[in-house]
Design a protein around this ligand. Sequence first.
Ligand SMILES: NC(=O)c1ccc[n+]([C@@H]2O[C@H](COP(=O)([O-])OP(=O)(O)OC[C@H]3O[C@@H](n4cnc5c(N)ncnc54)[C@H](OP(=O)(O)O)[C@@H]3O)[C@@H](O)[C@H]2O)c1
Length: 346
Amino acid sequence: MSKKYRVGILGATGTVGQRFCQLLENHPQFEITALAASDRSVGKPFVEACSWKLATPMPEKVKNIIVTPIAPPLDCDLVFSSLPSNVARETEEAFARAGYPVISNSSSFRMDEDVPLLIPEINHDHLDLLEVQKKKRGFDKGFIVTNPNCAIMSFAPPLAALNDKFGVESVFVTTFQAVSGAGYPGVPTLDIMDNVLPYIAGEEPKVETEAQKILGKFNGEQIEKADFLVSAQCFRVPVIDGHTASVRVKLKNTSTLEEVREAISNYPNLNLLSSPSPFMAITDEPDRPQPRLDRDRGKGMTITIGRLFPDNIFDYRFVGLSHNTVRGAAGAAVLNAELLIEKGLI
Ligand SMILES: NC(=O)c1ccc[n+]([C@@H]2O[C@H](COP(=O)([O-])OP(=O)(O)OC[C@H]3O[C@@H](n4cnc5c(N)ncnc54)[C@H](OP(=O)(O)O)[C@@H]3O)[C@@H](O)[C@H]2O)c1
C-alpha cells in the first residue's frame, strides 16, 4: 500500500475545515492526525468543539482528536489551512518556516509574488515558483501554496480556455455568492432571507485581480500576469452552497461560438485522485446552471457553464457555477496536495 501522509487542518472546526474532514475521510493518500482551531476549541475533543453542519455524519476517526492551538509543532506531515485571513498570514508562515508544506485556502498569501496561486488544471507549472519562494524566505522543507478565492473558480477555468485560444481582452463579471462562503454562523438570517446583498467585504478586489495571476506565465523568476482587465460586482444571495458568475468577455481574436465551445470542452484535464471528469461541463438547457441542481457535479469539483452565447456589447457571455466549499475551497486544496505529491514536492 502506498504511503499515507499525515495531515493537520488549521481552522478545522469551521465551514471549510469540516469539508476537509469530509473529503479526507476515505482518501487513499491522506489521514487526518491533527486538528487545530481557536482558543474556544483548544483542548476539547473535535466532536465537542465542532458544530458539524454537513449532511454526512462527522467521520468517526476525527471525533476524538483533541483540538490543538494553531501553532507548530503539529503531529502531521503537511497542513491544510482554512483560517480567517487575519490570523492566517502569521500562522501559515510559521508552519512553513517550521518545515511543513502549507496548502492554504486563505487570501493572505495569494497575491504574494513568490506564492503559487493554483488551479492545477490551468497552471500546475507555477509550482516551479516554490524554488524562488524557498530562497527568498529562507524556508528549508516548508513552503506555502494557495488556491483562489471561491468566486474565481466559477469563471477562471472557462477564461483560461478562451485566453489560450483567442486571448482575453476584458471581462465583466457579476457574482451571486452562497451564504456558506461567509463561514459559520455567517450572514445574519434577517439580512439575507428575502434579500440580495450588493456587498461582500473585500471580495471585488480579489475577483478583479486573482484570475490574471492564475492565467499568467512563469518566466523562471516570477509570474507575468495576464494583461486583461476584470470589472466585478459581487452579491450575497440566499443560496446555501454554490457560487454563480454571470460573465461577459471580450476576446483579442475573433472566434465562432463553435470554436469557443470546443476550446472549453477540449481544455486538458488532469488525472489526479480528486480531478473531476469533465473539468468543465457545458450545459445547453436554457435554465441552467443552477446552484441546487449543478453544484454537486463531479462530486462538487466540476465547473458548470451555461447560457453561452454571443453578446451584443462584448464578444461572448456565459454563466459559470462552482461549489464554493468544495471546488472553491477544501476540494481545491486537496487537489493541490495531490498535485504536490505527483510532482514529488511532498
Ligand atoms: N467558506 C468558503 O466558501 C470559503 C471558500 C474559500 C476560502 N475560504 C477561506 O477559508 C477560511 C476559512 O473560512 P470558513 O468559511 O471555514 O470560516 P469559519 O466557518 O468562520 O471557520 C473559521 C475557522 O478558523 C478558526 N479560527 C477563527 N479565529 C481564529 C483565531 N483567532 N485563532 C485560531 N483559529 C481561529 C475557527 O475556530 P473556532 O471554531 O475554534 O472559532 C474555525 O475553525 C477563510 O480565510 C475564508 O476566506 C472560505
